[in-house]
Design a protein around this ligand. Structure first.
Ligand SMILES: CCCCCCCCCCCCCCCCCCCC(=O)SCCNC(=O)CCNC(=O)[C@H](O)C(C)(C)COP(=O)(O)OP(=O)(O)OC[C@H]1O[C@@H](n2cnc3c(N)ncnc32)[C@H](O)[C@@H]1OP(=O)(O)O
Ligand SMILES: O=C(O)CCC(=O)C(=O)O
Length: 238
């Protein structure tokens, strides 16, 4: 993925900047991260023994180009997932270098994982917002927030209802982190028709149709079933 400030303008002419690698489940070197025993030991406490890696990302947050587009709006990851139950899904996010407020560390609203899934949409940001970066419109701005300053190699595990995002990268360097969303293979798919997730379903289907010429044939659930990879135990459902 390219940052919107790059995708929509000549950022540095003739240069490409990659701000995210997504879906690396077939890359043996990167996928090693998802199978690390040090990570799975904690993941299993949420998922149980049948563990699927559902979504993989290496996030290379770029230096902000001056429009604050390097921010990630406050959101709940469950918005993107057509599977349940939420308590059997967990994200691991590992800092690949020191992260702090200067380079846009994670920001979380503690306790919000006990709430419900909120409505998400694109925020009205003056400088634009990255594709598919939906945010919650009506979270309480007075809610206490915690900035997760982390050292290289530190890992945080969080629930898919936890409201979180990340700040602007005001340094000159790229801020790297690697993450995986795990779910119990015993989770089940849901139909998101008539729910707040309809907007993301539509967007994913449109991208699939454009990128893979899969007009109408790909369901939201298929987009997940195709990218999920078993890391431990048996692929029972997902
Ligand atoms: C076989 C399986 C089929 C399944 C296909 C389904 C594809 C869906 C992929 C995305 C799923 C994301 C799910 C995320 C779940 C994560 C949950 C955790 C929480 C989060 O991390 S929230 C943020 C999650 N979202 C993302 O990470 C999305 C990241 N973006 C991308 O991966 C790519 O930008 C995207 C959306 C796949 C588009 O890439 P691509 O099609 O290659 O784009 P093009 O270069 O062809 O450009 C098309 C069009 O879009 C404009 N563009 C490009 N980049 C951006 C950008 N960053 N912001 C805004 N606009 C952008 C580009 O200029 C083009 O516009 P035109 O007007 O010129 O056509
Ligand atoms: O790494 C970031 O900047 C944000 C990542 C995030 O919010 C997510 O993975 O859900």
């Amino acid at each position: 993925m390219r940052d919107v400030a790059i995708a929509k303008s000549e950022f540095v002419k003739d240069q490409k900047a990659v701000s995210k690698l997504q879906d690396f489940q077939e890359d043996p070197e990167l996928f090693r991260y998802c199978s690390l025993p040090q990570i799975l030991k904690y993941v299993e406490a949420f998922t149980g023994p049948n563990i699927m890696a559902m979504h993989t990302m290496l996030i290379n947050k770029p230096p902000d180009a001056g429009k604050k587009t390097s921010r990630h709006p406050m959101h709940q990851d469950l918005h993107y997932f057509p599977f349940r139950p939420a308590d059997r899904i967990v994200c691991s996010w590992t800092a690949m270098e020191k992260v702090d407020r200067r380079n846009g560390c994670l920001v979380v609203l503690p306790g919000t994982h006990k709430g419900t899934l909120k409505e998400h949409d694109y925020p009205d940001w003056e400088g634009g917002v990255n594709k598919m970066y939906h945010g919650i419109r009506d979270y309480d701005p007075q809610h206490p927030r915690v900035h997760l300053e982390m050292e290289k190699g530190d890992t945080v595990f969080f629930h898919p209802l936890l409201i979180h995002g990340s700040g602007m990268n005001s340094t000159q360097g790229f801020r790297k982190a690697i993450s995986c969303h795990y779910a119990s293979a015993d989770c089940y798919y849901i139909d998101v028709k008539g729910t707040t997730q309809e907007n993301i379903e539509k967007e994913v289907q449109e991208i699939a149709a454009r990128k893979y010429a899969m007009e109408d044939s790909i369901k939201f659930q298929d987009a997940w079933a195709l990218r999920g990879r078993l890391v431990h135990g048996e692929r029972t459902s997902l």
